[in-house]
Write a protein that binds this ligand. Sequence first.
Ligand code: MLT
Length: 308
Amino acid sequence: MPKVLVSDKLSPTAVQIFKDNGVEVDYLPDLGKDKEKLLEAIGQYDGLAIRSATKVTEKLLAAATNLKVIGRAGIGVDNVDIPAATKKGIIVMNTPFGNSITTAEHAISMMLSLARQIPEADASTRAGKWEKNRFMGVEVTNKVLGIVGCGNIGAIVADRAQGLRMKVIAFDPFLTPERALEIGVEKVELDDLLARADFITLHTPLTEQTRNVISAEAIAKSKMGVRIINCARGGLIDEAALADALKSGQVAGAALDVFLEEPASANPLFDLPNVIATPHLGASTSEAQENVALQVAEQISAYLMSGE
Ligand code: MLT
């Protein structure tokens, strides 16, 4: 019987699915944070199911003498050393669709919160102030939303934004003209997007090509008073450049769910009033967590039980 370790917090649905598929499972959700114990334990498992807390390093893989498959309940596999896993013939799988809607909804929530300064207005009202004149917002209707990265999540954001009567343009080298037509977005080059967008939202993985896609130069090419949303990955925005632009007013506001360093307990951006920050909540709904748990357990079980 193949044996799987779940080393991060995952819905109990996953455990049940492993059992139903004839896979032995150890559910140890705190082990992912304990590098030493994880290193001691990993040798006995054929499969590993993780979220983002477990870091699958080359060192861990060297100790994983029986490991055949790693399943990430979520989209980003940046916590797995893929080249090292590949060298050992270990399959790395993710669940690319399970939390797309949830992440897209978070990006839309962040955009509307920015447009109407909801977190600040909430704090001020609770503090007993009634600052009706302070919180002058902007409408999103008829505004241009620039989507950087228009895959699963970006396309859902586009759909929801069109429902809000926004004009949606997208920069994505992988977006075909047919797909752009199908989802009703205008495919543009990055410079064009920067020049035209009132709101920019990022939905691309972090790679060497996308690192600092929102750089000081990119910000300088953007519209004065642009608002930027990042619910994708820290590292896509040059945080120092963004801080400068928020201070100068070139960027009117930024809503950030992800940061260069995570957990982000201290970040200079937190001191700026026109920043909204959430702690990487993009995939945090009960529906999404249920979906990704179910999908990762099905995928790992299928792989292990097929005997490949
Ligand atoms: C993902 O890659 O699926 C999301 O960023 C969610 C997460 O890391 O928990």
